[in-house]
Design a protein around this ligand. Structure first.
Ligand SMILES: Cc1ncc(COP(=O)(O)O)c(C=O)c1O
Length: 396
């Protein structure tokens, strides 16, 4: 072929999850693999009415090119919303992005040189690894425990361009950093001069109590904060945002201009029209209620069906359970058994930058009814039994 690929293109890989979904999306398979929000939570009627308003009130502005920073009233709304959550944010620090995934890409473009170190949690969000890897960093795994990154792990990342952290209901583990851990992590980062990129798409989806204030609230000049409307309104809008320290904002804006000039302004005006009267104050609690019931169903099903030696934490929000199967289980190899038994999950090794344990897996509980969750987890237990029996059988 006449094309020569750039070095960075060689680093691009298809998302393992998307590849797995292709295999597992067979009729009859209960998929606990996907990471999609429940479509029943999309406020279709409210969107329809808001779209009509936008097209009546400001049709030409909504269909014209617009400012790269984003729609000013939406930026103002976001700044105010985040201030209520304890952050210090001026609207001028808010950049509207095409999903928080674009925020990750912009951060990567602006901050990563080839061979520079970037520190990530173990495990971490696969989409962030996809965004960072083409810029050829050395990935450094941060030591983590059940609460996420340890302060020692953060201290050991001194010299990295940034540490990428997910304090709330992390994807994939569902874990959350406590108040004390957040303080300790920020102190360690400040002592190490290590900037943080805080990704928070799930923070509003808490089931029991709101999580502690963000890392950005504790260290405004050292944190780029990423947020999203994907999990509280609809991911197809591709509407996210970042809050950047003033010193960094112009570079992120220039990267945004090069990427797409601006995020679709129709979508920005639509979302602002939907949320400006307080819609999220009733809508988000309804999502929480729905997901909480599904979380409870999965917690009970795991307790009922999984064999001794399996471990998991019950997530206090978000969309995922993370299961550690007994040593010797290989969740990548077991996926075949799972699909045969009628369910699918994501093998945990997809979420590691480096060496990965073979025995972890991620389960999503939000797109499947409690009944189907029960059936899906029962099928997982059968798959694990079949897989272990196969592993123990001496080779012929
Ligand atoms: C941790 C995390 N960050 C970012 C994203 C991307 O979200 P968005 O739809 O806002 O681009 C996701 C999507 O699942 C996610 O789980």
């Amino acid at each position: 072929m006449p094309w020569t690929l750039a070095r960075r293109a060689h680093r691009m890989n298809p998302s393992l999850i998307r590849e797995i979904l292709k295999v597992t999306e067979r009729p009859g398979v209960i998929s606990l693999a996907g990471g999609l929000p429940a479509p029943q939570t999309f406020p279709v009627e409210v969107m329809r009415e808001a779209a009509q308003h936008v097209l009546q009130d400001s049709p030409y502005e909504a269909l014209q090119y617009a400012a790269s920073e984003g729609h000013a009233p939406l930026r103002e709304w976001l700044a105010q919303h985040l201030v209520q959550q304890g952050m210090q944010v001026d609207p001028a620090q808010v950049l509207i992005t095409s999903g928080s995934q674009q925020g990750l890409d912009l951060v990567a473009k602006v901050l990563i040189d080839a061979d520079a170190r970037v520190a990530v949690e173990t495990p971490t969000y696969l989409g962030a690894l996809q965004a960072f890897t083409p810029f050829e960093p050395q990935m450094q795994a941060i030591e983590c425990d059940d609460e996420g990154p340890t302060p020692e792990g953060i201290a050991a990342a001194r010299g990295a361009r940034f540490a990428y952290l997910l304090p709330n209901f992390q994807n994939p583990t569902g874990r959350t950093m406590s108040e004390a851990r957040r303080d300790a992590v920020v102190r360690a980062a400040q002592a190490a001069g290590l900037p943080l990129v805080e990704d928070n798409p799930y923070g509003d989806l808490w089931f029991d109590e709101a999580p502690p204030a963000s890392l950005a609230a504790r260290w405004p000049e050292g944190v780029v904060y990423l947020g999203s409307f994907s999990k509280v309104l609809a991911p197809g809008l591709r509407l996210g945002y970042l809050v950047a320290p003033t010193a960094l904002y112009p570079k992120l804006l220039q990267a945004k201009q090069a990427a797409d000039l601006h995020t679709p302004v129709f979508n920005q005006r639509l979302v602002h029209e939907v949320i400006r009267g307080g819609f999220l104050d009733t809508h988000v609690p309804s999502i929480r209620e729905r997901y909480r019931a599904q979380r409870d169903a999965m917690a009970q099903a795991l307790q009922r069906h999984l064999p001794e030696g399996c471990h998991w934490q019950v997530p206090r929000g978000g969309m995922f359970f993370w299961v550690r199967a007994p040593e010797g289980v290989d969740t990548m190899a077991m996926l075949e058994d799972a699909v045969e038994q009628g369910m699918a999950y994501v093998p945990g090794s997809a979420f590691y930058a480096g060496a990965a344990p073979a025995n972890t897996l991620r389960l999503s509980f939000v797109t499947v009814t409690p009944d189907r969750i029960e059936q899906g987890v029962a099928a997982l237990a059968r798959a694990m039994a079949a897989h272990r029996a196969r592993m123990q059988r001496p080779a012929a």
